[in-house]
Ligand binder design. Structure first.
Ligand code: MV4
Length: 445
């Protein structure tokens, strides 16, 4: 088993990893930027090393600084959390070169899913359903026009180096192709230093449903059911839940099998997620694979009773998994509490938390790194807590969440709590009848 894990991250996920390591008897090393010296992950870890100035590029993204911290503390492994270096194949490779176990998939597995067109071709070869579109990257606007005539408008142009919604352009008719083709290329080149773009049929009003999987180095793969992440705003998830209100036993079986096929195609060894678009006819299509632990992993933990960080560490240490699949028991919902003002276009609201009371009670889990007196630095993302409500039914979970939100007191900054309170009362949300466009028309009162 691993003896000492360095956590190359901050905030709630750093704390989340430290908690599991403590339960497993594994020592922990926190790294922190000067802006995070008063953070809880620094206090709760066995050791802590300052790795640089506030800007991420000087600290949490600075590979030499992180490797130096691992070296001086004798860490035998690194947990990357999510974001930052979690899906950086070169970082995973450097860990290997230093004889440090990267707690995640191999560099080759990260690379295989990092380039979206390559990932899609791998899925086609493996027999996983993908959105109809062209094969390979587009080479000219003429090719794009002729392909779109075959595929049928509307189509979507995607950057192969993109993902998570960056560098996409929907094209509704041929007269708009030229302009969109050019902007998609220019944006892709500017954002990713890679101007490769490809085309797909645009799926209108889809749901975003993802399957949590786990695979080990012996070739066993299982799935831990789905999460519905359709409640998003500008590609930022705000609420996730498991099971999906749209799910049926039959669909779960088919999507679970497809997800295992997808992970199996690259011999995936870690926990990971296969994201699917699901249309109103319950057709589903592979979208991308996340080769990391995700923010929303907690809802899966609550309905399957697995500690996914523990599973991830055990797999990295060489343990075998059972290979059994899981159906959700009960219902879990997660609300992301961000330091943002929902009445002002979700504008960031960093600053000092003067008064804090976190909710609790039956069916409530709060994963958070903040405390009264804590100052939210302006340099990183704005998520300050996740509330996870779990109950026997979806309706009860929503009611438990509403109750918890009403107990939450955070003074000194604006938060997304009022947004979640209004969402939990919304009829369309309560009925489970929503898709990824839902928040475009949602209005705060
Ligand atoms: C799509 C799509 C419709 N059709 N692809 C957004 C994130 C990135 N992973 C891919 N995304 C989409 N791809 C086809 N062929 C619609 C989206 C999309 C979306 C997907 C999931 C959740 C929210 C979304 C919001 C806007 C667009």
């Amino acid at each position: 088993m691993l003896k000492k894990v360095l956590i190359a991250n901050r905030g709630e996920i750093a704390l989340r990893v430290i908690r599991t390591c403590k339960e497993m008897g594994i020592k922990t090393v926190a790294v922190y930027s000067t802006a995070d010296k008063d953070s809880l992950h620094v206090r709760f870890a066995d050791e802590a090393v300052c790795i640089g100035k506030p800007a991420s590029t000087d600290s949490y993204l600075n590979i030499p600084h992180i490797m130096a911290a691992a070296e001086i503390t004798n860490a035998d492994s690194i947990h990357p959390g999510y974001g930052f270096l979690a899906e950086n194949a070169r970082f995973a490779e450097i860990c290997g070169e230093h004889n440090i176990k990267f707690i995640g998939p191999t560099p080759a597995q990260i690379k295989a899913m990092g380039d979206k067109m390559t990932a899609k071709e791998t899925m086609i070869a493996a027999g996983v359903p993908v959105v109809p579109g062209g094969q390979g990257l587009l080479t000219s606007v003429e090719e794009a026009k002729s392909l779109a005539r075959d595929v049928g408008y509307p189509v979507i142009l995607k950057a192969t180096a993109g993902g998570g919604g960056k560098g996409m352009r929907v094209v509704w008719e041929e007269s708009e192709m030229e302009k969109n083709y050019e902007t998609a290329r220019i944006e892709a080149a500017a954002s990713f230093k890679n101007d490769g773009i490809y085309m797909e049929k645009f799926v209108e009003e889809p749901r975003h449903i993802e399957i949590q999987i786990a695979g080990d180095r012996y070739g066993k793969i299982c799935h831990l059911s789905e999460r519905d992440c359709s409640i998003q705003r500008r590609h930022q998830k705000l609420v996730e839940e498991s099971p999906s209100p749209f799910m049926t036993d039959e669909l779960r079986q088919r999507m679970g099998d497809a997800a295992k096929k997808a992970a199996g195609a690259i011999g995936y060894e870690s926990v990971g997620t296969i994201e699917f678009l699901v249309d109103k006819h319950r057709n589903f299509y592979f979208m991308e694979m996340n080769t990391r632990i995700q923010v929303e992993h907690c809802v899966t933990e609550e309905v399957t009773n697995f500690d996914l960080i523990k599973e991830q560490i055990k797999i990295a240490a060489g343990d075998a998994i059972s290979g059994l699949d899981y159906t959700p028991q009960g219902h879990a919902i997660e609300c992301r509490i961000n330091a943002e003002d929902p009445y002002n276009d979700f504008r960031p609201s960093p600053g000092r938390i003067t008064v804090l009371h976190q909710p609790g009670g039956h069916g409530i889990r709060v994963d958070s790194h903040v405390y009264a007196g804590y100052s939210i630095p302006p340099f990183y993302d704005s998520m300050i807590a996740k509330i996870i409500a779990v109950a026997r039914t979806r309706e009860e979970a929503i009611n438990t969440m509403s109750r918890a939100l009403s107990e939450y007191v955070i003074e000194g900054i604006r938060t997304t709590i009022p947004f979640h309170q209004q969402l939990m009362r919304n009829e369309a949300f309560r009925s489970g009848n929503f898709n990824t466009k839902f928040l475009e028309s949602f209005k705060m009162v």
